[in-house]
Design a protein around this ligand. Structure first.
Ligand code: 5AD
Ligand code: FES
Length: 360
């Protein structure tokens, strides 16, 4: 066995940045993925947790150079779901035993938006109580807003750092997007008691394997409970995506890198939740299944009504655009069984790292 894999297998946090980089550069990944899957089994058991994803709206005040719903993309039609629609979709996910939902939208900072989310959270709480996990994914907010949403019933928050390299961050965002504020938000979320998730995009133009190795160290420094990351995918209506063609070689490279990041992150952190994100499936029909076999334990089926899915394309090739939520449920069930795994129906699937109250 590769000595680095052996070193990482039994204890978390053992590898140096250089050793993490070396694992990320492996060409033959079979042993790496098998070891990461073994660590996943040890900490989260057999089973995959579901998060029903509701894409609330695509209005966004940010202008990230890679993202298809950035505010300067005038080619995308903007929408916002009604409060009743969001509650209905969450109730469907609850009744279908998804165990948890993720509420996500473009970034908006306003009292109106804060109250809108609070009302939704309170209504979900009336039928689901504590039995439905609720993750929010609404970007950077003030501490007060995070606290109000926590009090209204949310208990997980996902805020990707996108890259832990300040230099690369500055190349991917306009000057008024602050890396420091984003980091501060993550610390605030953690301090307030949220189960806190973050992650990065892998295979960004200009990103090195050293950068990715440091991203994994960063996950530990922030003491994250959940990791959501995926390969970068070009979107032609964005500054970063222009000029990048999604050829089959490019897709294969991005997929492999995304899978290696999952595996090495699992081998380093051990007891966190890691999502096999939809971006993996945009690159390969069986991308998410491969993510599960490389150490991920969470999957996020879309439960947004089909008519809105086309307007929420952060990248090209997004899967499940024409499918409805019931079809995605069956499809995913079958896909998970096909790799010898099973779905933890009706379970919230809290990250073991958080349950242990682990801190450094
Ligand atoms: N490719 C891959 N992921 C993307 N995201 C945004 N744009 C892209 C893209 N072009 C990711 C970001 C963001 C999450 C919601 O989607 O990491 O945090
Ligand atoms: Fe949507 Fe397979 S998950 S069709």
């Amino acid at each position: 066995m590769n000595p680095l894999i052996r070193k990482a297998l039994n204890k978390p946090y053992r590898l140096s940045p250089e050793e993490l980089r070396e694992l990320l550069s492996l060409e033959d990944t079979e042993e790496l993925f098998r070891a990461a899957y073994e660590v996943k089994l040890r900490h989260t058991g057999k089973g995959v947790s579901l998060r029903g994803l509701i894409e609330l709206g695509n209005y966004c005040c940010k202008d990230c150079y890679y993202c298809g719903i950035r505010k300067s993309n005038f080619r995308v039609g903007r929408y916002r779901l009604s409060e009743d629609d969001v509650v209905r979709m969450a109730q469907w996910a609850y009744e279908q035993e998804y165990g948890s939902v993720v509420l996500q939208s473009g970034e908006l900072e306003s009292e109106k938006n804060t109250v809108f989310i609070e009302r939704i959270l309170r209504r979900i709480h009336t039928f689901a109580g504590e039995n439905l996990g609720i993750t929010l994914c609404f970007g950077e907010q003030t501490e007060e807003v995070y606290r109000r949403w926590l009090e209204a019933g949310a208990h997980r928050y996902l805020l990707r750092i996108e890259t832990s390299s300040p230099e690369l961050y500055a190349k991917l965002h306009p000057a008024n997007h602050s890396f420091e504020r984003r980091k501060e938000c993550l610390r605030t979320l953690k301090r307030l008691g949220y189960q806190t998730g973050s992650g990065v995009m892998c295979g960004l133009p200009g990103q090195t394997l050293e950068d990715l190795a440091h991203d994994i160290i960063f996950f530990r420094e922030v003491d994250l409970d959940m990791i959501g990351m995926g390969p970068y995918l070009p979107h032609h209506d964005t500054p970063l995506g222009q000029g990048i063609e999604l050829t089959s070689e490019y897709a294969a490279h991005q997929l492999k890198l995304g899978l290696k990041m999952i595996a090495v992150t699992r081998l380093y952190l051990h007891d966190v939740n890691i999502a096999a994100t939809t971006a993996l499936q945009a690159l390969d029909d069986r991308g998410r299944e491969q993510g599960l076999l490389a150490g991920a334990n969470v999957i996020m089926p879309n439960v947004t009504d089909t008519e809105y899915r086309r307007s929420y394309q952060l990248y090209e090739n997004k899967p499940c655009l024409d499918e409805n939520s019931a079809k995605c449920r069956n499809c995913l069930h079958w896909r998970v069984l096909s790799i010898g795994e099973e779905i933890n129906w009706g379970k919230r699937g809290d990250p073991p790292h958080f349950r242990k109250g682990n801190s450094k």
